[in-house]
Design a binder for this molecule. Structure first.
Ligand code: GAP
Length: 509
């Protein structure tokens, strides 16, 4: 029996701790103190990540007739990034604290004047979080108390640092020191990582690690249309690493400097109903997230306001996820018009057009782009799946179990094979035989160490949907059945090998 699953008080801390403890995610270069913004994926993490990728690839590419795959190089000709606008415009506003040497993204650094009886008596600052306004208000109250200022404190009016007036900047305290005077005005900071290609180390050899996979699809657009039989509307999809020199990597793997993207460029006729196609892709992405186990209650949409869109953009909708640190972007679905192909045509001198048989005219296709990060999905499934429960055994003892309710589609291990005891030859032989058969197709664990209850708990924490126990009934009674124990309900039933394979076939796709 179990009590209803409860979220721990600090879910994020619990998820980070489980991720480390069970070998999902490690800090990169940990023995050297870690490397901010970089992560390693351990034995369970790498399986989970691979399963997320495989599900996306199967559903997005293999199971559709209108989408083909691509793997372009990570380092591309530097002109790609000039044409795409990244060299000039892929920037974040950076603020330095000259005293602490800390760096902040200006749009994540908030401040407010402290106003008492209509008069500004100072400034407070706080980093962006779910409770920025409360933090600023508390800081303003503390300031007034410490300086023994009489009068009525007005509610704070948070603005981000990009909106700070020149004369306000020297008065705003640095979040690092609490003192004003050390913050610099925001300046543009390009987030692309630079490298040099070849033996020379000068301006002519500068190249970039790609900050998105998308440009590969645009640059290879003609290669794909010339070498395959794709017809509009069609998509080109790619999964791969991207790199961004984020000023403030944060929230574990949510915003890192090296991450993985799954992007698809869906090309449509210039006269096609782009808004309908955009909406269809948003619906597809939402359904896909649910198919890998994310609860609908954690998903929402954010439509970018018209005034914040790039000039070429027709509309962008983000699918948002309720992370423990707030509702944040998971998947962006953008209608980008013909901007990218047009830019590359101009910069390369090679037309990026198709021929319209009906009108006998050439045209540049438009594009809808769903772009998502594998790491953000992985973090979302860990956060949504984590639960702690009180479990009562048959003897009435209550113990805590931590369980990761991952969908069988993405769970790192699908089944654990558990021989009840280790010293009964026939029983162990049957367990090994089943394990070997399952291994041909699925990621499976064989665990014969410790009490059966302990083994179940280990698999619960790893998110393994099913355990099969090979017991005395398996070898002594007719039917060759095992005990199947389900992770979420903890219910047990007898099952044959054929039924087990049928269950896996149905649930792991
Ligand atoms: N081609 C469009 C593009 O790259 P984006 O919104 O910058 O758009 C797409 O990135 C997705 O990539 C985001 O929705 C997010 O899931 C993921 N992503 C972006 N920056 C990331 C970072 N620093 N760390 C982890 N994931 C990131």
């Amino acid at each position: 029996m179990s009590s209803p699953a409860a979220e721990p008080a600090n879910l994020m801390e619990a998820v980070v701790s489980l991720a480390k403890r069970r070998g999902f995610i490690y800090q990169s270069s940990e023995i050297y103190g870690g490397f901010n913004g970089f992560f390693d994926f351990g034995p369970l993490g790498v399986e989970l990540k691979k399963n997320i990728r495989d599900c996306w690839w199967n559903d997005m590419v293999r199971r559709r007739d209108d989408i083909v795959g691509l793997e372009s190089s990570i380092i591309m000709h530097p002109k790609v990034w000039e044409a795409s606008g990244h060299v000039a415009g892929f920037t974040d506003p950076l603020v330095d604290c000259k005293v602490s040497k800390m760096r902040y993204r200006a749009d994540q650094l908030f401040f407010s004047p402290i106003v008492v009886d209509g008069k500004t008596v100072g400034y407070v600052s706080a980093l962006e979080s779910e409770k920025t306004t409360e933090d600023l208000q508390a800081a303003a109250e503390s300031f007034k108390r410490k300086k023994a200022i009489q009068g009525t404190l007005e509610p704070v009016q948070p603005r981000d640092f990009t909106a700070a007036r020149e004369e306000e900047i020297p008065l705003i305290p640095s979040p690092a020191t609490g003192e004003p005077g050390s913050l610099t005005p925001p300046r543009s900071f390009n987030m692309m990582f630079q490298t040099n290609v070849g033996a020379m180390n000068d301006a002519s050899s500068v190249a970039y690690l790609r900050p998105e996979t998308a440009q590969g699809m645009f640059v290879d657009f003609k290669n794909v249309t010339d070498t395959t039989r794709v017809k509009l509307p069609f998509g080109i999809a790619q999964i791969g690493k991207s790199f961004r020199n984020e000023i403030t990597p944060r929230n574990f793997i949510f915003r890192s400097r090296e991450f993985e993207q799954m992007e698809m460029e869906y090309f449509i006729h210039e006269d096609a109903d782009w808004a309908k196609c955009h909406e269809e892709w948003i619906v597809w992405c939402e359904a896909w997230l649910k198919s890998i186990g994310l609860p609908e209650s954690h998903l929402s949409r954010h439509t970018h306001p018209k005034e914040k869109l790039a000039f070429y953009s027709r509309g962008t909708v983000d699918i948002m996820f309720k992370y423990p640190f707030g509702v944040q972007e998971l998947w962006g679905i953008a209608a980008r018009g013909s901007y990218d192909l047009t830019q590359h045509a101009k910069a390369s001198g090679k037309p990026q057009e198709l021929f319209d048989e009906a009108t006998k005219k050439k045209f540049v296709p438009h594009v809808i782009e769903p772009a998502v990060g594998v790491d953000r999905i992985l973090l979302a499934v860990l956060c949504a799946g984590y639960a702690e429960e009180d479990v009562t055994d048959e003897k009435g003892n209550v113990e805590k179990r931590t369980v990761l309710r991952l969908s069988p589609r993405i769970a790192p291990v699908k089944v654990a094979v558990l021989p009840l005891i280790k010293n009964k030859e026939l029983l162990v032989a049957r367990a090994k035989d089943l394990y070997t058969k399952l291994k041909r197709k699925y990621a499976v664990n064989y665990d014969d160490g410790g009490a059966i209850g302990k083994r179940y708990r280990r698999q619960d924490e790893a998110g393994t949907p099913w355990c099969v126990t090979i017991d005395f009934d398996t070898i002594e009674k007719p039917g060759d059945t095992f005990t199947l124990r389900e992770r979420d309900s903890m219910q047990q039933r007898r099952i044959t090998e054929a039924e087990l394979f049928a269950l896996l076939e149905e649930q792991v796709y």
